[in-house]
Structure formats: structure tokens, C-alpha cells
Design a protein around this ligand. Structure first.
Ligand code: SF4
Ligand code: MG
Length: 320
């Protein structure tokens, strides 16, 4: 079947300006050729450290920031060729959920109104029906009519994220891009919100692009996982394959931080040294070579190809 979302060779470069004349002296290649597909009802987990370009992928897919190159198709429609009015009509179908919903909630607007506003803006339902829709999504998200007339500051972090999800959900989206939606929450609350994402997916046939720096967060939610490093995808595979048979040293390093539920399952442990390099001046060849314990001379010179090693398991590493 045609994927719900198909992203091909997406690039987003930000110019680096300098001097009195504000000349462009270079580019930060925040996203440098990312491809992924999401089928209806499925979840793709996009994982990598902060600074790897994950959020820019999400924002560029939604055209909240314009691409530099590549293609984004939603249900076969090329989003970058769509006239602005048609894009506006399609917007409710693709929603973004943030790490901190509080920052996008007006402190003086009651949460019921904040959720209803979205419906009103898009003219999706008659005004007199808005309250029913708001109550319905609040209940789906584990809140109730008791909460509808309250203000954002009266809620806990977990409840605020439920409000953020409700506000996206009221527009009946088919795709939700969730950017680190549980990273700001306590571990016990994280599990509740992840369970909510899963429940909503079963009830509403939603598809997710789930962005996280933490592989253990995406583990129980995703069908496929992609691992990003400095703007490039280094490995993609089905969730089971990636956890059972990680091939890229960076994926192995990220997995080393995830507790293994089955003690007999041996896993190579790699400790990541240092921070992610400056994306404005990335290392030559394999961009991971400055931190990779297996790097050889060829890694500094040649960019490894991103290739299928079988069963739709893709990896970019000279060693594999
Ligand atoms: Fe490490 Fe070389 Fe593989 Fe890059 S290509 S991940 S530096 S072994
Ligand atoms: Mg981010």
C-alpha cells in the first residue's frame, strides 16, 4: 500500500552569516538527506542525541520550516507543490506535539477554550457542537468535564501533556509528529503518556512519527526505528531487528544505555565519548568517526553508503 507519509532525501541547510555585510559563509546541514516511510496506523521512531536534526526533520515535513531539497508526500500528495490554501485545509490531518505543551498554552485561556479554538480556527464543526467535541477528546485523553474550565497552571506536567495531545486530537489528525513528548516528565508519568499514545492509536488508527533521544522510550511504541547522527540516518530497521541485531556502532552505543530485559541476551556495550560535534563543521568521511571505537583510516576519508543489508535493515558503516 502507498505509505501515509513518504519522505525522500530530505535536506534542510541553514545559512551561516558573517561580517558587516552579513554574507553567507557556509551552511549548517541540519538535515542532510533523510528518507523514511510511515504506513497508516504505524509508528516510526526517530532517535538520536540532541543536535542530530530530529526536530528539524519533523518541522520540515510539516512545512513549518521550508526544505532545502527532497520530497515529502502525505497520502501521495507532494506537500511542497501544494498551493497554500490547499495546504491549510490539509493541516488538521498532520499535527505536531511538543516536549513542553505549557509553552504553547496561553496561561489566561481555559483549557477547554484552548482546545476548542483549534476547531473554530479550521471551521471543522458548528460552534454549538464544539464543547461536545472538546469533552470527548478530554475524556479520550484521561481528563474530564471537571478540567474543561480550568487554567493551564492548575495542571501537572503529565496532565498538560494530555491537554497538548487532546488539542492535536480534536482536529482528527491522521499523522501526529510527537517531538520528545515525554522527555520533560518523570519516568513513572512517561509510561502513562506512552500508554495513552498507544491507546489512541488503537482507537483512531493514528500514525506517529515519534521523536526521542531515548531508545527505551520508543521501544514499546514503534514498528520501525531510524537512528540519526549529525543530520544523517545511520541505521533503520524494524523495532525487533534493531533491538536484536543492531549493526551501527552509534546504535550500539545508544542501546548500551538501555537496560536489557533478557539477561542471556548478550549485547556489546559501547560507551559514547564526548559530545556530538558542531554541526556547522562536521567530521569528514563517516561523521561518527571522531567518537567511534572501531574507526579506521578509511572512515575519515570516505562517507559510508546507506545500504540494505537484508530484510529492510539499512546501515551506513564501512565495517558492516
Ligand atoms: Fe565507525 Fe567507521 Fe563505521 Fe563510521 S564507518 S561507524 S567510523 S566503523
Ligand atoms: Mg529537538
Amino acid at each position: 500500500a502507498e505509505p501515509l507519509l513518504s519522505v525522500h532525501d530530505l535536506k534542510k541547510y541553514f545559512p551561516i552569516k558573517s561580517g558587516l555585510l552579513n554574507r553567507t559563509v557556509g551552511h549548517v546541514k541540519a538535515v542532510d538527506g533523510i528518507s523514511l516511510n510511515i504506513q497508516a496506523g504505524e509508528t516510526f521512531g526517530l532517535v538520536g542525541e540532541s543536535g542530530s536534526g530530529k526536530s528539524t526533520v519533523g518541522r520540515t515535513i510539516l512545512r513549518l520550516t521550508e526544505k532545502t531539497a527532497g520530497e515529502v508526500r502525505f497520502k501521495g500528495i507532494d506537500l511542497y507543490k501544494l498551493p497554500s490554501e490547499e495546504l491549510r485545509q490539509l493541516r488538521p490531518k498532520m499535527q505536531l506535539i511538543f516536549q513542553d505543551p505549557y509553552s504553547s498554552l496561553n496561561p489566561r485561556v481555559r483549557v477547554g477554550d484552548a482546545i476548542g479554538e483549534a476547531l473554530l480556527d479550521h471551521g471543522l464543526v458548528p460552534k454549538e457542537e464544539i464543547r461536545d467535541h472538546v469533552l470527548e477528546v478530554l475524556e479520550s485523553c484521561g481528563l474530564s468535564s471537571y478540567h474543561v474550565d480550568r487554567f493551564p497552571h492548575e495542571f501537572s506536567g503529565g496532565q498538560r501533556q494530555r491537554i497538548g495531545i487532546a488539542r492535536a486530537l480534536v482536529l482528527k489528525p491522521e499523522l501526529i509528529i510527537a517531538d520528545e513528548p515525554v522527555s520533560a516528565l518523570d519516568v513513572s508519568i512517561q509510561a502513562q503518556i506512552i500508554n495513552l499514545f498507544r491507546k489512541l492509536q488503537e482507537e483512531r488508527e493514528l500514525s506517529y512519527l515519534f521523536i526521542s533521544h531515548d531508545l527505551s522510550v520508543v521501544e514499546h511504541l514503534c514498528n520501525r526505528i531510524g537512528v540519526m547522527y549529525l543530520g544523517s540516518m545511520v541505521e533503520t530497521a524494524s523495532r525487533d531487528e534493531l533491538f536484536r541485531n543492531p549493526l551501527h556502532p552509534y546504535t550500539k552505543a545508544l542501546l548500551s544505555a538501555v537496560p536489557i530485559p533478557i539477561p542471556k541476551l548478550k549485547r556489546e556495550r559501547i560507551l559514547l565519548k564526548g559530545d556530538i560535534p558542531n554541526p556547522a563543521n562536521p567530521p569528514s568521511g563517516c561523521k561518527f568517526h571522531t567518537r567511534c571505537p572501531f574507526a579506521t583510516a578509511v572512515c575519515k576519508e570516505q562517507v559510508p553508503a546507506f545500504r540494505d543489508v537484508g530484510g529492510k535493515h539499512f546501515v551506513a558503516c564501512h565495517l558492516v
